[in-house]
Design a protein around this ligand. Structure first.
Ligand SMILES: N[C@@H](CCC(=O)N[C@@H](CS)C(=O)NCC(=O)O)C(=O)O
Length: 221
């Protein structure tokens, strides 16, 4: 199995959590043309015509794009080490946290990611102010629903941790370049989650991998 991905993007990180947790062997392929790399995506567009990362390539050559769909596929194809709770309400909480992150938080961060690739003196301060306000609102939504027992939902690893860990790391480490809202201020549940989730060895590994990629990318720009 191959995971076409970058370590900087939060979406493949969500998939790596599943692969690590379930002990599935895979090869990492890092396609060109992402995160400011001026090279064309080239052959990767034949692998994944959507042109985004991640894409999971099975041993028989079939390719699946879209992180959430990949995670659901892996959950069904490799049911050992379940990453979904059994209780329907808890399952809904896993999906809710991922949905809030994808729809509200990631969408609010995207314009700032794009802006960060341009010279700071061209940055639209009003746009930055609006995006930071939306990011703060999305973090408030997460504060409402995130669990308080060491994991995003319940007392063990779920797909919601795969969603939250990389995006919170980006908010924490990357957002300060825009003088963003202090992530943990007035958000004690999120603060506790962030403090405790690093105790999980798989999440600690994801944090380390993302932090290394972030430092490399900042050194490059
Ligand atoms: N909905 C997609 C989003 C994936 C996505 O947008 N990935 C970004 C990287 S963070 C990407 O590939 N963007 C296209 C590009 O950078 O050219 C998923 O969940 O897999």
């Amino acid at each position: 199995m191959k995971l076409h991905q970058t370590y900087l993007s939060p979406f493949p990180t969500r998939v790596r959590l599943v692969l690590y947790a379930k002990g599935i062997e895979f090869e990492v392929v890092e396609p060109p043309g992402f995160h400011g790399d001026p090279n064309a995506k080239g052959d990767y567009l034949n692998v994944n015509p959507i042109g985004r990362v991640p894409a999971l390539e099975l041993d028989d050559g079939k390719v699946l794009p879209e992180s959430e769909v990949i995670c659901e596929y892996l959950e069904e194809a490799y049911p050992d080490v379940p990453l979904m709770p059994e209780d329907p309400w808890a399952r809904a909480q896993v999906r809710l946290l991922s949905r809030i992150s994808d729809i509200y938080l990631v969408m609010a961060m995207l314009p700032l990611f794009n802006m960060a690739a341009t010279p700071p003196k061209t940055w639209d301060q009003e746009k930055i102010r609006r995006q930071l306000s939306e990011i703060g609102e999305a973090l408030d939504f997460l504060e409402e629903y995130v669990g308080d027992k060491g994991y995003a939902v319940g007392t063990s690893l779920t797909h919601a941790d795969g969603t939250l860990v990389p995006i919170l790391l980006l908010v924490d480490e990357w957002l300060p370049i825009f003088r963003g809202p202090e992530l943990w201020q007035r958000r004690p549940k999120l603060e506790r989650y962030w403090r405790e989730i690093g105790n999980d060895p798989i999440c600690a590994r994801l944090i380390e991998e993302t932090r290394t990629a972030l430092q490399q990318s900042m050194g490059r720009t």
